[in-house]
Design a protein around this ligand. Structure first.
Ligand code: GLN
Ligand code: ZN
Length: 755
């Protein structure tokens, strides 16, 4: 009989308990043992939840205090020298790497953070040097294994595979061949496996998600060598692959010294027989059959029909699981009280996905499909629901032509018109949009949402917040102001709440990075704008100042990428629907006297398909959607866009093609290296490279900001440079924000004299 296992469960807790505990610890209001106790409680709940739902092999090691890649870094002793401290407190060391500081002291630059494959989860990038030495320095994993065992569970520890780990790492100093570090890293992995074997662990899951990519021969060989060296250490090895098809590596996988393989069945382009054959009868075939990255209820009847023969044939050598770790889905649909019952019947969150596996397994075993047929009826009902169709939207998208993706004139002409209209100084200063989200702001939004604050009182308070940030910005001497986004809980959720065809949840949180969680909207039908979404706030902000206030929108690719997206319509069409809605908003903002409009696209790069062969197709539709959204702007209206955490080399052509008048980007952590792509491409439009890192509370000094701008000016003509932080300021406190922006404006002023 098929066995149910899970690749990972959300670590934030049902009600985001981990977030609150972490933030309390960082703020010094709870001590480390209280934090640790909270973590243990969440793990216990998670295992209980999964066990109750019928999961037999429980993931352990999926829990992490901040990020599982960072946990691996600490475990293998790859802590950057600047984050070490004498106080032998591994948890604080971990927080220092992630945040540049920890309660026990030391302020230093945090490590870089970047997106985990094509998801919206961020990991802390390991920094390795050519002389890197690894050693087993952290015992957290083994503690969690004993915890699970003491609770009566059968743990299956999850490790990031050594080759994926090296692949994701960056060279700290000079570039070198990271794979040269593999033999030494493997020694540590062997020690880990030996220790787990001593703890009576039977199965260990080794995640090598890079198998979904197109790999060169060196990495292919490294994977093979790695499994050879990891086998024979007293535990069975389950290779886990996910996020995309791996059939291009099937011949390699066939030769690995492993005891089982997990495939993302939903992404597979080959049939079950091919996977079955590659794995063979002696090894476990694990199929990821329910979507670990989306929220739709699985069609268990259809899965049953597909899996029935292989389940018969393989018996317990077939395992079933979610396609990938459930880290990317919310915890429990049952918490949702405000979704209408029809929509709710279409959905499944992490807990429900485990239950789906149990239902499926029961049907596979008993051949009684009554329960799964009943369960899957809602999936079929959704397929034929009229609610998802909006004729008006479908018609306007069908009518889009090349003309709809054009501004009036080319950039060179627009730039002149805008210079006239805006009268900005050299090196104009601005911010990315949001200002600190204080307790009072969050409280007001919460009270408004649950009805204890009426609409008028809410409006009055939000306007007071806007007035405050406008006054602060004027006092600081910034050139292009923003309204501060106080009314937005999140840049995607905000629009999700206002657009038709999109719903939002009460508790559908997923981890974005560290303690930061987001609540992605659910796009279930055709997307339409029924009323202006941002005009009121922007108009009010502009009425308070002579300086230009930037309107602030979230772009089509980002809304799409950071939402749970319907699986019954192709992404390019959904992106066009959103673009049309945004275009109408651009026109309304412009008519309301807003002269600069930013259309944020921070998700543009991370949404790139994993396989390079799929890139062009994606870039074509993504760029098109952005251009449609921007096309409502007249020449005099300056369109900005913003991207964070991007590697620009691969997409610089597409960025030029997006043709925003100004792009602001993250660059501070990379010391302006990211600008090289723009320099080499001769990128023609204006750029605001981030001059300080907003992800830590550290305040940059004037000299360091000036040094960065100098560096930028060597790459980009200074007339086309803007000065801004590298992302929005919503997670920061006012005190550090004020100090940092003061220094930033000061740096720009001094440079205007000097340059
Ligand atoms: N305008 C948004 C903000 O300032 C942009 C955030 C982002 O890039 N993720 O918060
Ligand atoms: Zn950003």
């Amino acid at each position: 009989m098929a066995l149910i296992h899970n690749l990972g469960f959300p670590r934030i807790g049902k009600q985001r308990a981990l977030k609150f505990a972490l933030e309390a610890y960082w703020a010094g209001t709870i001590d480390q043992s209280t934090l640790r106790a909270k973590g243990a409680e969440i793990r216990k709940q998670n295992w209980a939840l999964q066990a109750q739902a019928g999961v037999e092999l429980l993931p352990v090691g999926d829990f992490a205090w901040y990020d599982h890649v960072l946990a691996t870094t600490v475990m293998v002793g790859a802590v950057p020298a600047r984050h070490h401290s004498s106080d032998s407190n591994p948890l604080d060391t971990l927080f220092r790497i992630a945040r540049g500081r920890a309660p026990s002291g030391c302020v230093c630059a945090a490590s870089e953070m970047t997106k985990w494959f094509d998801t919206n989860y961020h990991y802390i990038v390991p920094e390795l040097s050519a002389e890197q030495r690894f050693s087993l320095t952290d015992s957290e994993l083994f503690t969690h294994v004993s915890e699970a065992q003491q609770l009566g569970h059968t743990p299956k520890p999850v490790l990031i595979g050594p080759v994926t780990y090296l692949y994701l790492a960056k060279c700290a100093d000079e570039p070198f061949d990271k794979l040269a570090l593999l033999p030494q890293l493997l020694e540590v992995y062997q020690q880990i496996l030996n220790k787990l074997a001593a703890q009576q662990v039977q199965w260990v899951q080794i995640d090598e998600p890079i198998l979904a990519l197109e790999l060169d021969d060196a990495y292919r060989q490294a994977l093979k060598d790695s499994f050879t060296s990891l086998s024979g250490h007293g535990v069975k090895l389950l290779l886990a692959t996910y996020f995309d098809d791996v059939s291009h590596h099937l011949d390699d996988i066939q030769d690995y010294a492993i005891d089982g393989v997990h495939f993302d069945w939903l992404a597979s382009t080959v049939d079950i027989q091919a996977l079955d054959k590659a794995v063979g009868n002696e090894r476990v075939l694990s199929l990821g059959v329910v979507d670990g990255r989306n929220v739709w209820r699985a069609n268990l009847s259809s899965l049953h029909a597909q899996l029935h023969p292989i389940a018969e044939q393989r018996g317990e050598m077939l395992w079933i699981a979610p396609s990938c770790s459930l880290l990317h889905t919310p915890v429990d649909l049952e918490q949702e009280q405000q979704l209408d019952s029809e929509l709710k019947s279409w959905l499944a969150f992490a807990t429900q996905k485990c239950q789906e596996l149990q239902l499926l397994r029961h049907a596979l075993h008993s051949s009684d499909t009554t329960a799964i047929d009943r369960y899957s009826a809602a999936v079929k009902a959704r397929q034929s629901s009229t609610r998802v169709n909006n004729k008006r939207v479908q018609q306007s998208v069908a009518a889009l032509s090349a003309q709809d993706a054009q501004r009036q004139s080319a950039f060179s002409k627009r730039a002149k018109t805008q210079r006239q209209a805006l009268q900005l100084p050299l090196l104009p200063t601005t911010t990315i949009g949001s200002f600190p989200q204080t307790q009072a702001i969050r409280q007001a939004r919460r009270d408004f949402k649950n009805g204890t604050l009426d609409s008028q009182a809410y409006h009055t308070q939000m306007e007071a917040e806007i007035r405050y940030v406008i006054e602060e910005q004027q006092a600081l001497g910034l050139d292009v102001l923003v309204h501060g986004e106080a009314e937005r809980n999140d840049m995607v959720e905000y629009f999700g709440e206002l657009l038709e065809g999109v719903s939002f949840t009460q508790f559908g949180w997923v981890q974005s990075y560290g303690s930061r969680c987001v609540k992605p909207p659910i796009i279930w039908g055709d997307v339409a704008r029924s009323q202006p979404m941002t005009v009121h706030w922007s108009r009010y902000a502009q009425s308070l100042t002579q300086k230009p206030v930037k309107g602030m929108l979230t772009g089509p690719v980002t809304i799409l990428s950071w939402s749970f997206v319907r699986d019954d319509l192709d992404n390019p069409t959904i992106a066009k629907q959103i673009a049309v809605a945004l275009r109408d908003e651009v026109v309304d903002l412009q008519n309301a006297g807003i002269g600069i409009i930013q259309i944020d696209e921070p998700a543009f790069r991370e949404r790139m398909p994993l396989k390079t062969s799929h890139w062009q197709d994606y870039l074509d539709w993504a760029t098109y959607a952005f251009r449609v959204a921007a096309s409502g702007a007249e020449d005099k209206t300056q369109i900005h866009t913003h991207m964070c955490y991007s590697e620009f080399n691969d997409i610089i052509g597409a960025i030029a093609d997006m043709d925003a008048d100004v792009i602001t980007i993250e660059t501070s952590r990379s010391h302006m290296e990211l600008l090289n792509a723009f320099e080499h491409f001769d990128y023609p439009n204006e750029i605001g490279p981030g001059v300080y890192d907003i992800h830590t509370p550290n305040v940059p000094d004037v000299a360091s900001i000036k040094a960065l701008i100098h560096k930028a000016a060597q790459k980009i003509p200074v007339e086309r440079l803007w000065v801004n932080p590298d992302c929005g300021l919503k997670t920061r406190q006012w005190q550090e924000t004020r100090a940092a922006l003061y220094n930033m404006v000061e740096a720009a002023k001094e440079l205007r004299q000097e340059l």
